[in-house]
Design a protein around this ligand. Structure first.
Ligand SMILES: [Zn+2]
Ligand SMILES: [Zn+2]
Length: 268
């Protein structure tokens, strides 16, 4: 059995491929006990446009269908991946008024205003110098997000490396940001926020979690969430076992799931 995967997308995300019911069936078949759907609300979206209001209607419908289809055979939590909140904190806060919300992931997927609110996915990173300009800005966005703090777990901290290193092959690491990252981790810990290990499709990103977890633990951090970030049913559960092993090897005995936005430990 795999205890929990609390970062999953469905067709209510612009880039999702399967319904919540299909995703949940795949998770149950792979022996996952608890999952949380965290479809995207990006305050600035993938077209770099401001989205002032999040429409929960299709989300509620999809979720109800999955709950009906799956019954008690798996625990289905109700979450949100809140992207780019620093673009407009009041729009972000409004989306979180949804009743029954279990869990909120805080993410940065786009640059700040100075770089045009650009989605990293569409940026061509063709030199290390250019990559560091974008990373400098990324950590400014992360700092603003963490200072605001209205989320439960900080999602995929090494995210831009998915495109900079893994896709575009630039030899950059996060080590030069270590001081700023330590500050971010301290703020998370002070405010009772979790750090996510994002286990999916990230050969270049997973190694970064080793030292991030060590720093987080040494600073007194205890709350670690795990999610594979699958956008299609065949990817559900990808890398979970590896992520649990890594977390255990760094001295954590528990991972965390959130119910009603409260942290609940789950023994590893
Ligand atoms: Zn994300
Ligand atoms: Zn995601």
């Amino acid at each position: 059995m795999l205890p929990a995967d609390i970062h999953l997308h469905s067709t209510v995300s612009f880039d999702g491929h399967n319904s919540r019911t299909e995703m949940a069936l795949a998770a149950r078949d792979r022996g996952i006990r608890t999952i949380c759907f965290t479809d995207h609300y990006d305050v600035v979206n993938e077209k770099n446009e401001f989205v002032p209001v999040y429409d929960w209607t299709p989300v509620r419908r999809e979720h109800q269908e999955a709950v009906k289809a799956l019954g008690n055979s798996i625990e289905l939590l109700y979450g949100l991946e809140l992207g780019n909140a620093p673009a407009n904190f009041s729009a972000a806060a409004r989306a979180l008024e949804e009743p029954g919300l279990d869990f909120v992931l805080g993410s940065i997927h786009n640059s700040g205003q100075e770089l045009g609110w650009s989605d990293y996915y569409y940026v061509k990173f063709d030199s290390p110098e250019l990559s560091y300009v974008w990373l400098d800005d990324y950590f400014t966005q992360e700092e603003r997000l963490v200072e605001w703090g209205n989320f439960d777990s900080l999602a995929h901290l090494p995210y831009p490396l998915r495109y900079i290193a893994q896709r575009d092959g630039q030899p950059v690491t996060l080590k030069r940001y270590e001081e700023r990252i330590v500050e971010i981790l301290c703020m998370l810990i002070q405010n009772g926020k979790a750090l996510e290990v994002n286990s999916g499709k990230n050969v270049h990103i997973m190694p970064e979690y080793g030292w991030l977890l060590e720093r987080y633990r040494d600073l007194g951090g205890e709350l670690v969430t795990v999610g594979c970030d699958a956008h299609r049913s065949e990817d559900v559960g990808v890398g979970l076992g590896q992520a649990y092993d890594l977390i255990r090897s760094k001295g954590f005995r528990y991972i965390t799931v959130f119910r009603g936005r409260k942290p609940c430990p789950v023994r590893l």
